[in-house]
Each structure stands twice: as structure tokens, then as C-alpha cells.
Design a binder for this molecule. Structure first.
Ligand code: IMP
Ligand code: MG
Length: 182
């Protein structure tokens, strides 16, 4: 038995389905940004890292990658409050560039609202959002999502970048936490 198995209720999205969809997103982004000469992909750490490294390899348009680490504080680890802060800022300049945010999941929307406001204040030429997972039923603030890998129900998921108390980000699939695991 692998250590993650005691927390795993079911595999929600298996590795093959994930990789197929990530490749599709990369191809779509390549088409949409075909005329773009200065594209910047911004990965939101830590959850977006697996998605970023996979999707970037399917984007044929020349682009730079950079990383922005944010965290929300207050309340428990499973819920955001809207109190979001920057833990590590970008090194790249955003001004006048075509920016695409690469995120693991949009849940309440507080994290993304904060990130988008920070980036918009730096005056990009354009700003779009690509999220692997979207939980629309949990939304508290409106977020324009331009690219979505999968719409999912309101269940706590882990793997492929998403953590369960900071662990299991390395799993190649998305799993649902077992209801009685805690
Ligand atoms: P939001 O601010 O509520 O949209 O939350 C976004 C952040 O919460 C994501 O970037 C994730 O890091 C985390 N999160 C939300 N739902 C889940 C989940 O089901 N599993 C793991 N992390 C999650
Ligand atoms: Mg995240």
C-alpha cells in the first residue's frame, strides 16, 4: 500500500486524461497567442508547478516562464479567507507584455482576484487565466477564467501539484480525499 492510499477516496482524473487535456490546452493557447511576440507564463506556486511544466512543453509560441508564490492566511488550511499575500514575487517585468497565469485550481476565487489585481496594477498588454481545475460552485468573487482543464464538483482534491497538507503534490493523477480520512 502506498502512503497516499489511506487518504484516497477515488481517482477523479487519471494520468492519461490529464496529459491529453493539458496537451489540448497547450495547443489552443499556441493558436490563440500565435501572433504574440512577448508572452509571459506566470505559474502560481506551489500548486501550479506540475501543470506549468507540462503545459509549457505544448506551447509552440516563444514565451518566458516565471513564478509567483502566494499564500492565504487566517482560517484553516483548506479554506481561503481573502487574506492573500505574496511570498515570492516575480523576477520578470509584466508591463506591456502578454501575460497568462497558470494556476492549479480556482475555488473561492480570492487567491486569483488578489493575483490579478497585483498584476493588472503593473499594466500588462493583456492578462488571461488558465486553470487546470475549476470549482465554480465554491466561487465567492467573480473571476474571468479563459482556459479550464476540468470543471469539478465541490470536493477536496489532491495530486498533480495540489497538496494534502503540503504532501502528495507529486502524484501523476488528481484524487479525491476519502471522507473519513481525517
Ligand atoms: P481560492 O482562493 O479559494 O480560489 O483557493 C485557491 C487555492 O486554494 C488554490 O490555489 C489551492 O492552492 C487551494 N485549494 C483550493 N481547493 C483545493 C483542493 O481541492 N485541493 C487542494 N488545494 C486546494
Ligand atoms: Mg494554488
Amino acid at each position: 500500500m502506498y502512503p497516499y492510499e489511506k487518504y484516497l477516496g477515488e481517482v477523479l482524473i487519471d494520468e492519461r486524461t490529464l496529459q491529453t487535456r493539458v496537451a489540448e490546452l497547450g495547443k489552443q493557447i499556441s493558436v490563440d497567442y500565435a501572433d504574440c511576440e512577448d508572452m509571459l507564463l506566470i505559474c502560481i506556486l506551489k500548486g501550479g508547478v506540475m501543470f506549468l511544466v507540462d503545459v509549457t512543453r505544448h506551447i509552440s509560441v516563444p514565451h518566458e516562464i516565471d513564478f509567483l508564490a502566494v499564500s492565504s492566511y487566517g482560517k484553516g488550511a483548506r479554506e481561503t479567507t481573502g487574506n492573500v499575500r505574496i511570498d515570492m514575487d516575480l523576477t520578470a517585468n509584466v508591463t506591456d507584455r502578454h501575460v497568462l497565469i497558470v494556476e492549479d485550481i480556482v475555488d473561492s476565487g480570492h487567491t486569483l482576484r488578489f493575483v490579478m489585481d497585483v498584476l493588472l496594477a503593473r499594466r500588462p498588454a493583456s492578462l488571461k487565466l488558465c486553470t487546470l481545475l475549476n470549482k465554480p460552485t465554491k466561487r465567492q468573487v467573480e473571476i474571468p477564467v479563459d482556459y479550464v482543464g476540468f470543471e469539478i464538483e465541490n470536493k477536496f482534491v489532491f495530486g498533480y501539484g495540489l497538496d494534502l497538507d503540503e504532501k502528495f503534490r507529486n502524484l501523476p493523477f488528481i484524487g479525491v480525499v476519502k471522507p473519513d480520512a481525517f
